[in-house]
Design a protein around this ligand. Structure first.
Ligand code: HEM
Length: 384
């Protein structure tokens, strides 16, 4: 489908065959993001991984840092205790509400828990203990809200400096405040690092790894890259994960048979002596994993992924796609395509239960985490 959004020609891809053709087979022409004006705030387009084309040398350096150092399976394993601790805190909050017969605001609780998991994994700090983290959360909320606003300059050609809704202006001022807080944390950690034995990891968190990266990469990675990397990790990891959990809870409440089956599966594992579910138990919980996949199919948290810009004219299945067009992949429609899924609107984890494919392979086919070279590097963490 072609849409004319003001002066932008947008091509919308709504089935998995086309998505495969465009994102995987023709990745050399579709791995450049389409720059919306907001990403220019505080030079985010120059320092963050998201707006960089997969063919740019800096994207390759940053992507390697993400996949081999920050979000590798080994690193996620090493950081597991942060996630476990925050999960236990979440269970405590729910238990307290339950004992007091109080309402549980699931959305708010899982949002705070996801944010806490990221902050604990990054800085060994969390909302309950650190005022700075509360300030970071407030600024992140402002940034997420501002980025979500429709911006007229994206659809009509305005001179580059003009910012009629002051979206770039507001984002810049939030970034200035946020990066000052990141700097304060960085300075404390750099001081600690000086007194540390070389190679030892005092906190065992991602900041330890980031300081190592800064040392190893020398001039290649500037302080600005670290600021935008921290912003990306917090921004990409908070809303997406918490919205998925919120949708899963909503679907379970709507589908009591599925809920009962899940409770039975979990009770089977807990009865075998574990007080709390651990990440290592996931393998014993195939129905829970099918529920996660089914939730991601029906409710992708980035339903239109992130827009790309076509680098060349291409012809796919007889359709001519022009150079410069915005490419929108509709993951929401791919997950509900009646040609691929029987009863597409029905929440039925059974469709994935017992499959030979693991969750990751199933989710890749859904394009929930994007595709091709720019596929989400946080997928292994999100599926924990
Ligand atoms: C349910 C959870 C998540 C979903 C649905 C999700 C989805 C996505 C999508 C659709 C993209 C764009 C991919 C493309 O253009 O093809 C993306 C990119 C990205 N995601 Fe995620 N994400 C999730 C969790 C995370 C987490 C936990 C992190 C890190 C902590 C993360 C970090 C990133 C980064 C850094 C990028 C940019 C990659 C690049 O441009 O090369 N995401 N994500």
């Amino acid at each position: 489908m072609t849409l004319q959004l003001g002066s932008i020609t947008a091509i919308v891809v709504s089935n998995s065959i086309f998505a495969k053709q465009v994102l995987l087979k023709n990745h050399h022409v579709s791995s450049t993001p389409y720059h919306l004006d907001a990403v220019r705030a505080h030079e985010h387009d120059s320092f963050s991984i998201g707006p960089l084309s997969a063919s740019s040398p800096m994207w390759k350096i940053l992507r390697k840092i993400y996949s081999t150092q920050l979000l590798s399976e080994n690193m996620l394993e090493a950081m597991q205790s942060h996630r476990q601790l925050m999960l236990e805190k979440l269970i405590c909050s729910i238990t307290e509400c339950s004992l007091a017969d109080a309402f549980v605001d699931v959305g708010q609780l899982v949002y705070d828990a996801s944010f806490n998991m990221m902050c604990s994994t990054l800085f060994s700090m969390d909302l309950g203990r650190d005022e700075k983290i509360k300030e970071i959360k407030d600024l992140m909320n402002c940034i997420i809200k501002e980025i979500g606003r429709t911006n007229i300059v994206d659809c009509y050609p305005f001179p580059k400096e003009i910012d009629p809704q002051r979206i770039r202006h507001h984002l810049t001022s939030y970034c200035v405040k946020l990066f000052k807080l990141f700097d304060e944390i960085l300075e404390v950690r750099l001081k600690f690092k000086k007194d540390q034995v070389k190679g030892s990891r005092l906190y065992n968190d991602l900041m330890d790894v980031i300081l190592e990266v800064m040392e190893e990469q020398g001039d290649e990675i500037k302080r600005e890259h670290i600021h935008h990397l921290l912003l990306d990790l917090l921004g990409a990891g908070m809303d997406t994960t918490s919205k998925t959990i919120e949708w899963a809870m909503a679907e379970l409440l709507q589908n009591p048979t599925v809920l009962r089956k899940l409770q039975e599966e979990i009770n089977g594992v807990v009865e075998r002596g574990n007080k709390t579910i651990l990440e290592t138990n996931l393998i014993q919980l195939p129905y829970l994993q099918a529920i996660v996949t089914e939730t991601l199919r029906l409710h992708p948290s980035a339903p239109l992924l992130l827009p790309r810009k076509l680098e060349q004219d291409i012809c796919i299945e007889g359709f001519n796609l022009p150079k410069g067009a915005m490419l929108i992949v509709n993951a929401w429609a791919i997950g509900r395509d009646p040609l691929t899924w029987a009863n597409p609107d029905l929440f039925s984890p059974e469709r994935f239960f017992g499959s030979d494919l693991d969750v990751k392979s199933q989710v890749i086919k859904l394009f929930t985490f994007g595709g091709g070279k720019k596929i989400c590097p946080g997928m292994p963490l999100a599926l924990k």
